[in-house]
Structure formats: structure tokens, C-alpha cells
Ligand binder design. Structure first.
Ligand code: GLN
Length: 451
């Protein structure tokens, strides 16, 4: 049924970069054979899932939305891919994304944008727009995203779906093509909070292949999603995230959600996080700095594309020609920005200062969580904007990440869930719920109760 649905609608939506119809059917049949034989089935046996094209899949193309990796077939599965397969999940295909996960609209994909199923002339958010659009257009039951600065939550908010960035280190990054390693985190995308929780429990857990992986039990998120009771919880409204400059309909739905939290028995207070004002600036130094280092591996020798290798040119020349042809403009912008910020004369002024701001943001969160159980804010300042509107203005594009970025810098757990449609444009609005690191279960408890 999902493959039929893809046949019917994905020409218009363009959620998938690659559909593995044969592999999916084979995986589904093998689940069925096991079921008939009475064998033990994985917790998500037979559930069709759309995988962001940034996780390696053995034998299946992995492009990261880039020409650079066009035609590359990884020889190994990411830990996350392996866990999905072990759980019986049917991987339907790989989804569209901003090139190397750099972007907020999926317009930076080398293979063309994805449309927002609510209005195909609008962006679905980014960088994981394909995964969210696949869910919102019923082309998959579950999806996987990665969130470095909001790439799970932003698309979730703009497509009316649920997206969770687990605590940094909860989901293995082994086989996740690195953008900014200290920020990247894979996580679940779904249409309901409980679905997200079921997927969360499958993908989270310690992995010795990732040095930043947390060696501790995964919080009981499924149990939390079934609880439906938030009486007595303390909820903080982040003063700095909301109000002036935010779309009126977004604030209206957000305020209603806060009211609902009160009605459901939560105690709501306002919380100040003064350093959040500098989060966006710090992020757009730290993420490009790490990216400039991580993307050095695309050297025309090891993966994918190679241009100008005529036997005469030097390795450096081939490398330069390949990177010139293989990377899109936003990726080049980030590499230049990052290389500049890390250069010896500017390191202290830019990268060093950004790291200090990062510490201040961690402290703001620590202070807030000494008083409240979770924090809330809108996920994004506006609803989905028209395709093309911000492509020539990187600063306007970066502003979409205003509310999502602080949690990446601090590494805590955070969810976006739908909270209605903005009255002025009938487009989905996202509510962001933030919990301390390793308290991912609180997100699901609050999210499921609100839902
Ligand atoms: N929009 C942010 C960026 O371009 C976040 C992307 C992400 O989370 N991968 O860096």
C-alpha cells in the first residue's frame, strides 16, 4: 500500500531520493514468513519507514542530498540502520534533504526541493524535509531524521508531524555522515507521540562504535507516552523564544497550548534564558567550523565523485575540481566560513567566543531545569514559507532555527509536536518541549498528554 501511495503522490511531493521497492517487499515478506512460522518478531516488525539519506545503508545508495556522493553505495550499515533492520522495520527508501544536512528548507538538495504536503508550493522545512513530507503525505508510517540545529523539529513543525531530537549521545552516530559532530543527533519522526516513542526505543542505546554514545539505560519513553498525566509538573515558558517578530498565528496556537498545559494540571511559570539571544550566532560559527573539518574527507579519492582525473593532473588539482563540481553553494559557504573561523588569527575571536557562548547556554538551561521539569516554546517563528522565498538570503533562512538551536548546543532532549493550524494561512504550527539530558521520557509524557 505504501509503495502504491508513493507511485501516486511522490512525483509531486518528492520526499524520496531513492525507493527500494524490491528490498522493501522482500523485507516485508520475510517478516510475514517469520510470523507464519511462529518465530519471534522484532518490536516494529513490518512497519514501513522512510530513512533520511544521511545514514549509510549497505547496498543502497546514500547521497546526503549531494552530487558529491551521487552513485555511492556504502559497504556497511549505520548502527541505526542495523537496529531498524533488527527490529523488523521495512526500510522503504531514502529521503530528500538539504545537502549534507545544511539548510532549513530542503531547497539545498542537489536533487531538487521537496514540497510541503499541506501546500506543495511551500517548503517542508529542513534539512530533513523529505522524511517529514513522507509522513505527512502517508508515504511511510515512521521516518528517521537527524537534528544538528533543528533538522528534525523544524520539518515536523511545518508539516504537522512529531519529531524528536533525543539527548545527544542517545542514538549512535556510527554511519551517520558527519556534519557537525558535537551537535548531530539522529532521532524519530512520526505522526503520533506514541509512534515516535516506539521508534525511539528501537534506535537509542549504547554503541561502542561511537565514542560519544551514552552508556546508560534508555529512558522509558514508551511507558511515558502511555501515561497521559502531567498533573504537578512544572513547565517553563522561555521568555526569549517568542513574542515580537514571531507570526501572530504561531503565537496564538502556542499561547493556547500553554493554557492547555495549565488546564491539564501543570504549573506554568516564565523562565529567562538570557544567553539564548546569542545562540544562533554561536551555532553558525561552531557548525560550519566542524563541517569544514568533517567535509575534508570528500577528497575525490575515497568516495563518490571524481572530476578531471586524466592521468596528467595532480591529486590536488583533481581534488579541487571535484569539490568545485560536487558541492553546492551552501556547502561551500559553510566550508569557507568554518575554515575562516578556525584560522589561527581568528580562532579566539570567533570559534573561541562561540564555545564560550555555548557554555553560557548550557548554564541557562541548568538554571532553568533547577526550577522546572520541561521548557516550552514555539518550534519555529513562522509557518512554512514559499519555495524560493529565502534562497537568496542565507540570514533569513538561518532565522528559522532561532528556537531549535539552543538545545543542540546544550545537547538536551527536545520534541516538536503539532499544536494546530495558524488561522491566517491554515498551516501547521509546532510546539517545542525541552527536557534535560537523559530525561527524554518527560517529552513523551507531556507530548502524549497534550496530543
Ligand atoms: N538549519 C540548520 C543548519 O543549516 C540545522 C540543520 C540541521 O539540523 N541539520 O545548519
Amino acid at each position: 500500500a505504501h509503495l502504491d501511495r508513493i507511485d501516486t503522490v511522490d512525483e509531486k511531493v518528492h520526499a524520496y531520493l531513492h525507493v527500494d521497492a524490491e528490498g522493501a517487499l522482500e523485507a516485508a515478506r520475510s517478516v510475514d514468513t517469520r510470523r507464519v512460522a511462529g518465530a519471534e518478531l522484532g518490536p516494529l516488525a513490518g512497519v514501513p519507514l522512510a530513512l533520511k539519506d544521511v545514514f549509510t545503508t549497505r547496498g543502497m545508495p546514500t547521497t546526503c542530498g549531494s552530487r558529491m556522493l551521487d552513485g555511492w553505495i556504502p559497504p556497511y550499515d549505520a548502527t541505526l540502520t542495523k537496529r531498524l533492520k533488527d527490529a523488523g522495520v521495512v526500510i522503504v527508501g531514502k529521503t530528500n534533504m538539504d545537502e549534507f544536512a545544511m539548510g532549513s528548507s530542503t531547497e539545498n538538495s542537489a536533487f531538487g526541493p521537496t514540497g510541503n504536503p499541506w501546500d506543495l508550493t511551500r517548503i517542508p522545512g529542513g534539512s530533513g524535509g523529505g522524511s517529514a513530507a513522507a509522513l505527512a503525505s502517508f508515504q511511510a508510517s515512521l521516518a528517521i531524521g537527524t537534528d544538528t540545529g533543528g533538522s528534525i523539529r523544524l520539518p515536523a513543525a511545518l508539516t504537522g508531524t512529531v519529531g524528536v531530537k533525543p539527548t545527544y549521545g542517545a542514538v549512535s552516530r556510527y554511519g551517520l555522515v558527519a556534519y557537525s559532530s558535537s551537535l548531530d543527533q539522529g532521532g524519530p519522526c512520526a505522526r503520533t507521540v506514541l509512534d515516535a516513542a516506539l521508534l525511539h526505543e528501537v534506535i537509542a542505546g549504547h554503541d561502542p562504535l561511537d565514542a560519544t554514545s551514552i552508556d546508560a539505560p534508555v529512558p522509558a519513553v514508551v511507558e511515558a507516552a502511555r501515561r497521559h498525566d502531567i498533573r504537578g509538573m512544572r513547565v517553563g515558558v522561555v521568555k526569549e523564544l517568542g513574542g515580537e517578530g514571531y507570526q501572530a498565528g504561531v503565537m496564538q496556537r502556542f499561547d493556547e497550548s500553554v493554557e492547555l498545559l495549565r488546564e491539564l494540571g501543570a504549573e506554568v511559570v516564565e523562565v529567562a534564558c538570557p544567553s539564548f539571544t546569542y545562540a544562533l550566532a554561536a551555532y553558525y560559527l561552531i557548525a560550519p567550523s566542524e563541517a569544514s573539518s568533517n567535509l575534508a574527507r570528500f577528497d575525490a579519492m575515497r568516495y563518490g565523485m571524481r572530476v578531471g582525473d586524466d592521468g596528467e593532473r595532480s591529486a590536488e588539482q583533481v581534488m579541487a575540481l571535484t569539490r568545485e563540481a560536487g558541492f553546492g553553494p551552501e556547502v561551500k559557504r559553510r566550508i569557507m566560513l568554518g575554515t575562516y573561523a578556525l584560522s589561527s588569527g581568528y580562532y579566539d575571536a570567533y570559534y573561541g567566543s562561540a564555545q564560550k557562548v555555548r557554555t553560557l547556554i548550557v548554564r541557562d538551561f541548568d538554571a532553568a531545569f533547577s526550577d522546572v521539569d520541561v521548557l516550552v516554546s514555539p518550534t519555529t517563528p513562522t509557518t512554512a514559507f514559499p519555495i524560493g522565498e529565502r534562497v537568496d538570503d542565507p540570514m533569513a533562512m538561518y532565522l528559522a532555527d532561532l528556537c531549535t538551536i539552543p538545545s543542540n548546543l546544550a545537547g538536551n532532549a527536545v520534541m516538536s509536536l503539532p499544536c494546530g493550524l495558524a488561522p491566517e494561512d491554515d498551516l501547521p504550527v509546532g510546539l517545542q518541549i525541552i527536557a534535560p539530558a537523559m530525561a527524554d521520557d518527560r517529552l513523551y509524557r507531556v507530548g502524549a498528554t497534550l496530543e
